[in-house]
Ligand binder design. Structure first.
Ligand SMILES: Nc1ncnc2c1ncn2[C@@H]1O[C@H](COP(=O)(O)OP(=O)(O)O)[C@@H](O)[C@H]1O
Ligand SMILES: [Mg+2]
Ligand SMILES: [Zn+2]
Length: 678
């Protein structure tokens, strides 16, 4: 199409369009829902009148006006009473044939109608904006009605009363002015579209109208149709800058994250996927395709496989049970934790890699931040941005204190609640978490509990379905194999072993599988129940360690479901249950064995201390409380002596117990050598 294209009588042609059955019906239904806007699927317009559609993209300001008026005229035909009531109709255009990537948006798009896609990272509260301002002349009281455009409130230049005609002063009359709901949001390129090593681009979108504000929340994936505008910030005393900034005046907002993530899969690829699933060794094949350049760690790759496929969330009338798995890797430096996480972020649908500190002010959960202008904005953190995906959090032990509080809710309820600075919101964070943590003391100490080894409270630890420890221990045979693996990798610059499933296909395979909802068979239920009861029965005798809790039972179900999904099965079989039990045992063994008794003890994970230790901590605490009653502050030296004499707790262990209580925040050291209960 050329620039000279002229469309005769566009309003009439829009009216012809609104006379088609589909749109007559849409207009007629407006009253039922009390709407003031009508949605037009761009494709329909293309088919009905391609020239008109073309012009709408090129000159949206003008052509949307025509469309609005035409829609209103047709509404007068369909429902004249409602037309009279609402006075005007907004046409909202949806589904342009293609979207402009945010990083491609440029000066050639200014004034054009485009569609952009992205993820909402920030949103202001809904604020009233003046559409028609009423000003009163303070000299003669004449009212002036000024239609407002642009960012700043515009007052009349001169009084319109011929007998007055002065330049003011004018008073803004709020009660007489008309307001409309408005909101600014910021959208960002989706993590999966980001070219490697690039910072994500973002764009401010201005939303005006009750029907489109507050529809998209931070974390939502959206497709927005709107007109590209350029504005330049005002610099005090110097005027406007010559460099303009782009923003979008939204015409329509489509929230896409309501539906599950779907990667486009061709019929050809679907055939490949179904073929793969027939392989009796499919789990092995998938596992071998995960991070092939990382040597060993097959149990961890297996756990990652389950995490990628995920279990089935249960929406019961009274409670929700998450389907996503959370996996934690604790390990010595240089054990390829970061590498694994980065790999998973690339392969997972909606994968995101971040460090515990987070990469923005919002950290892992969310934050309310003060904008330059003084307003408040809600900004989404990593777990919200990875909604319905996988969040890979490296060095999770270094997360912000605010996140430490908020992450519990995110990990179990899959939401992030914010109530701060006048903003009250609950955001979705239906995210599987793959996290890594470094030991607090530099190296993992097998003679300490998990909770003692890493700087994370047990309340967070217990929300991980599987925990693995990666230790960097010299071992002749594996060292030789590993060095050969790494060196050949560097020599050839490729993966030494053939990947059974190429990454791109694996990604599609996962996306395809996640639409399956496998159901537990009786045999699977039986296996899980037997295991659970067996583990529980060892705890029956009073005082013996508790091996497993209901939390692990839920984890087992999730893992078994994920394994069924990985084979594209609708049924969870006994073999899935057995595999789930095996990997759970492995995880429990790695973190749960009370080294002193060689017995399994889930208390280590749940409370950070084995039962025997818990009893000792009680003793120490009781002593401290007792001594405090007598002397106010407790002298550590005296306490240590007493513990040794009365309870046979030796100095080194007593120091350790005191250290634990300090870490737990039960006691503190008001000054060197002294202890006090908090
Ligand atoms: N099992 C392994 N297979 C292949 N490479 C490994 C393995 N273990 C460590 N490496 C290599 O060691 C380096 C350090 O890994 P990194 O992921 O930064 O460790 P971490 O995050 O655990 O401190 C990386 O280049 C990684 O590829
Ligand atoms: Mg690292
Ligand atoms: Zn006047």
């Amino acid at each position: 199409m050329t620039e000279e294209l002229v469309v005769s009588d566009p309003q009439e042609r829009f009216q012809d369009f609104f006379k088609t059955d589909k749109y007559r019906q849409r207009l007629a239904e407006m009253a039922i829902e009390g709407k003031t806007s009508v949605i037009v699927d761009f494709e329909d317009l293309m088919i009905a009148d391609s020239e008109l559609a073309e012009m709408l993209l090129k000159k949206p300001d003008e052509y949307l006006q025509h469309a609005n008026r035409a829609a209103y005229e047709q509404l007068q035909v369909e429902d004249s009473a409602y037309a009279e009531q609402i006075e005007e109709v907004q046409v909202r255009i949806r589904g342009l044939p293609e979207s402009v990537p945010l990083r491609m948006l440029g000066s050639e798009h200014i004034g054009k109608l485009v569609m952009v896609e992205g993820i909402v990272v920030r949103a202001t509260p809904v604020r009233p904006m003046v559409m028609r301002a009423v000003f009163k002349c303070k000299r003669c009281e004449t009212l002036h009605y000024i239609d407002q455009t642009g960012s700043f409130l515009r007052a009349p230049l001169k009084c319109s009363n011929p007998t007055c005609g002065r330049t003011g002063p004018f008073e803004f009359v709020q009660e007489e002015s008309t307001f409309i709901d408005s909101q600014d949001i910021r959208i960002q390129e989706r993590p999966e579209e980001l070219p490697p090593g690039q910072l994500p681009r973002s764009l401010t979108v201005k939303l005006v109208g009750k029907d489109i504000v507050d529809k998209a929340r931070p974390g939502d994936h959206v497709a927005i149709v709107g007109i590209v505008r350029a504005s330049s910030p005002r610099v005090p005393k110097a005027g406007r800058l010559r460099v303009f900034r782009l923003h979008l005046d939204a015409n329509s907002v489509d929230v896409k994250s309501k539906e599950p993530e779907t990667i486009r899969i061709s019929p050809e690829e679907e055939k490949q996927i179904l073929e793969l699933a027939k392989d009796p060794w499919i789990h092995r094949k998938i596992l071998m395709s995960i991070a092939p350049s990382i040597y060993g760690y097959e149990h961890i790759k297996e756990a990652i496989m389950y995490l990628l496929f995920g279990g089935v969330p249960k929406r019961l009338p009274d409670i929700n049970v998450r389907g996503e798995l959370n996996v934690l890797l604790i390990g010595d430096p240089g054990t390829a934790k970061s590498q694994l996480l980065q790999y998973v972020a690339r392969i997972a649908p909606r994968g995101l890699y971040t460090s515990g500190r987070g990469t923005t002010a919002a950290g892992l959960t969310a934050a309310v931040i003060r904008e330059k202008g003084g307003g408040m904005t809600l900004e989404a953190g990593a777990l919200v941005l990875a909604d319905k995906g996988v969040a890979c959090i490296d060095e999770i032990d270094k997360m912000r204190p605010e996140d430490r509080v908020a992450i519990h809710e995110a990990m179990e309820q899959h939401t992030v609640s914010v109530a701060k600075g006048g903003i009250v919101a609950t955001l979705n964070a239906r995210t599987a978490i793959l996290a890594a943590a470094n030991p607090a003391l530099g190296r993992y100490d097998p003679y300490r509990t998990v909770a003692e080894n890493i700087n994370l409270p047990v309340t967070i630890l217990s929300r991980f379905d599987l925990i693995f420890v990666l230790r960097d221990q010299p071992e002749k045979e594996t060292d030789a194999k590993m060095s050969e693996h790494i060196l050949s990798l560097h020599k050839r610059g490729t993966v030494p072993i053939e990947t059974p499933i190429p990454p791109d296909l694996l990604r599609k395979y996962i996306s395809y599988a996640r639409n399956i909802t496998p159901i537990l068979t009786d045999e699977a239920i039986e296996r899980l129940r037997d295991f659970y009861l067996e583990m529980r029965s060892t705890s029956e005798t009073e005082g013996s360690p508790i091996a497993i809790t209901a939390r692990q039972l839920e984890s087992l179900v999730r893992i078994a479901e994920a394994r069924a999904r990985a084979a594209l099965r609708k049924e969870v079989l006994a073999e899935d249950a057995e595999a789930a039990i095996a990997i759970m045992r492995r995880s429990l063994e790695e973190v749960g064995i009370d080294v002193s008794t060689k017995k399994m003890d889930i208390d280590i994970i749940m409370t950070g201390k084995p039962k025997s230790l818990r009893d000792k901590l009680q003793v120490v605490l009781r002593e401290i409380i007792g001594m405090e009653k007598e002397t106010g502050m407790v002298e550590k030296r005296v306490l240590l002596e007493k513990l040794e004499k009365d309870y046979d707790i030796r100095r080194a262990e007593a120091e350790r117990l005191i250290g634990q209580l300090i870490r737990d925040g039960t006691i503190y050291e008001p000054r060197e050598g002294f202890i006090k209960k908090t």
